[in-house]
Design a protein around this ligand. Sequence first.
Ligand SMILES: [Zn+2]
Length: 314
Amino acid sequence: MIRMIHIQKDGLWKTLSHFEELMHLEGFKKKVDPAKYKFDYAFGFYTETEPVHCGLTNCNHLHNKGVIIKFVNGDVTNIGHICGKKHYSVEFSDSHRSINQSFSDHVNKQTIDEFKRSNPTFINDFKVFEQGVKKHDLYNKCASLIKHGYKNFPVPSPIREKLLSMISTEFTTLEVQKKVKKGYMDDGIVHDPRYSEVRVGEIKGLDFLFEKNRRHILLNDLNESISSISSINEDSDSADLKVAANLCGSIISQVEQHMKVVNKGFDLMKRSNLNQLSEIELDPKEKKQLKRGFAHNPSKIHIKQSKILISLVI
Ligand SMILES: [Zn+2]
């Protein structure tokens, strides 16, 4: 059991290090006859390693856990947390619940304040990062590799299909079918060309598109999480404080994990990947689609397409 004594005074919480300090509180009484005193409210609680005597004369038991209460006449004592309910029923239970809630709110506020103090630029840094992702349209570009195209530029379907299959098997090595022997005629017999699987290389950052890394969903979660921390103020209710305080413990590692995955997305957009993908066998029309992006003497339309392609796969 962890030793702790917390009391609330004038809306502020104070932690006492020794039980004896309670006795210095104004109006503290070691013994109180519950029949003679009217309960007013609970204003603190304790857990002690060594059990302490209950302040109620008709109990007089030792309790490890208890509540510090005030009577209407201003007297103060400590009682076991179940004794109050026994003697003062609902009014005690309500007051006990409310003091516990008030302490949880206090602890949660401290956690959030401490988080903001220790990470003063975190919220702004995240916003800048998020704007960068939006500006580069990263999610749409990456998604276009497995959909049909980006803006007006189509992704050739053999490339798309190859990527889809690599994504579903979580395999990042690009292997393509290459003709290793031409077809030929011999003595009137047709010999088909022979194909073999050839390893081209690694598609860097492809794991950005793996199911487990579908971070666009997480980004929404992160946005909500971060705004829930940043929107905490004096009027926030207990439930919001609790959610925000819990997030303070995990949000940094969540954001780091997210950034790691997003950087994979930027890797996926690099030109070296395009060069490797161009090894996939394409029909002449598809080759044209792909080459258009690299036209040496492009028309205005080609410049536009080449920009899109480059922005798609660089
Ligand atoms: Zn008691």
